[in-house]
Ligand binder design. Structure first.
Ligand code: BGC
Length: 377
């Protein structure tokens, strides 16, 4: 009798242990309607949560992060990214790539031109005289992506997929992309990028959230402390196209190698074409290892955000062109009320032979990862 019940309980424990990973796997988030585009395409939203109270809302237009609620040390949540309440907001002039997946080639391409395998290509010059963030009406931030939600034992996520047809926005090749967002149980928002092509083509995808760790709609990020793991940056001409040189940050207002308050030296940059920080940093790292690029801290809430990436660069942009547009909950977003840390290959790489290449060839798979890791100190 004793042996039987012992056997039974052993079997039960073994079954429970086997079932544990399944029992603890998060559910896949459900799609909710989020209106439609002006052309009548339905947009869906997915809400990801984790056990620490974090919430991330993602929409299929532009594979965009629309809300990101992050706890401070006391557990108070704030939505730390800029965004809009509806699709019309995202389609408005006020949308400066808020939270979007950006490409096919993020950042600038000089005069919207490049030559690949002997052929010249022309792209939209939507940031006169240059091409910016993939161009016109069919850039990746504007198209509606397919979505596949999932749950794992380490969090919830959504994989967005989109195949950009050959010639779309002037780029060669059918480019099949997958962008996977995962909100993990340890407060990482992880983004994994994958792409393949049937013709050689430039690819440089990034994520364009505007962060304010006090909460979106707070008046400034000038009080945030920033560390950038970069001894060098790519100096530019007056249209923000790199000269091709890599220059030391040491002795300039661009030096964030030690945690530094954003306001400390920004005044030295206001009369430059960038109007503040809008610079690509060359990260201190080898090859495509996943490494720390930046750490941001908001002294008022104590919230921190570390940025890790497989990319060679990060664009640090202090929202110098924000224009008081009204975002979520009718809150205005004035100049410098948020900042971007866009992990990427260097701007204009397609025209700069000494920069790491952005060319993807048939048979190769483009893979990059960016992690925004939240905490409090
Ligand atoms: C660029 C800025 C630009 C902003 C919004 C950033 O990635 O570096 O110059 O104004 O995106 O388009």
């Amino acid at each position: 009798m004793l042996t039987e019940s012992w056997l039974l309980s052993t079997v039960l424990v073994a079954l429970l242990l086997l079932a544990a990973p399944i029992a603890f796997a998060a559910e896949a988030p459900k799609a909710e309607p989020f209106g439609e585009t002006a052309d009548g395409v339905a947009v869906s939203e997915y809400t990801l949560t984790n056990p620490n109270g974090m919430v991330a809302k993602l929409i299929t237009r532009g594979a965009t992060l629309r809300e990101l609620h992050v706890p401070d040390a006391k557990g108070n949540l704030a939505d730390v990214v800029l965004g809009f309440d509806d699709v019309a907001g995202y389609e408005s002039e006020g949308n400066q790539y808020f939270g979007t997946t950006t490409g096919r080639v993020a950042n600038r391409v000089a005069k919207g031109k490049f030559t690949l395998n002997g052929k010249e290509y022309s792209l939209a010059t939507n940031n006169d005289p240059n091409h910016l963030h993939g161009g016109g009406p069919r850039s990746l931030d504007k198209v509606v992506w397919n979505a596949e939600p999932f749950g794992t034992d380490n969090g919830q996520g959504v994989t967005f997929t989109y195949t950009s047809p050959d010639g779309e926005e002037g780029y060669p090749g059918n480019l099949a992309m997958a962008v996977t967002y995962t909100l993990t149980n340890n407060n990482d928002l992880r983004i994994d990028y994958k792409a393949t092509t049937d013709q050689a083509t430039p690819v440089n995808l990034t994520h364009h959230s505007y962060f304010n760790l006090s909460g979106a709609g707070s008046s400034t990020v000038l009080d945030h402390e920033l560390m950038l793991n970069a001894d060098r940056y790519t100096p530019t001409d007056e249209t923000l196209i790199p000269t091709g040189k890599l220059a030391p940050v040491s002795g300039t207002p661009l030096d964030f190698t030690k945690p530094t308050v954003v306001s400390e030296r920004i005044d030295e940059l206001v009369s430059t074409p960038a109007l503040g920080y809008d610079h690509n940093y060359v990260l201190n790292k080898k090859g495509d290892e996943l490494a720390l690029a930046a750490k941001l801290r908001d002294p008022s809430s104590g919230r921190t955000m570390s940025v890790l990436t497989t990319e060679p660069g990060v664009q640090f942009y202090t929202g110098n062109f924000l224009m008081d547009q009204k975002g979520k909950g009718g809150k205005a977003y004035p100049k410098r009320s948020a900042l971007c840390l866009e992990t990427q290959h260097f701007p204009d790489s397609v025209n700069q032979p000494t920069f790491p290449s952005v060319i993807l060839n048939p048979g190769q798979t483009y893979r990059q990862t960016c992690i925004y890791r939240f905490g409090s100190e």
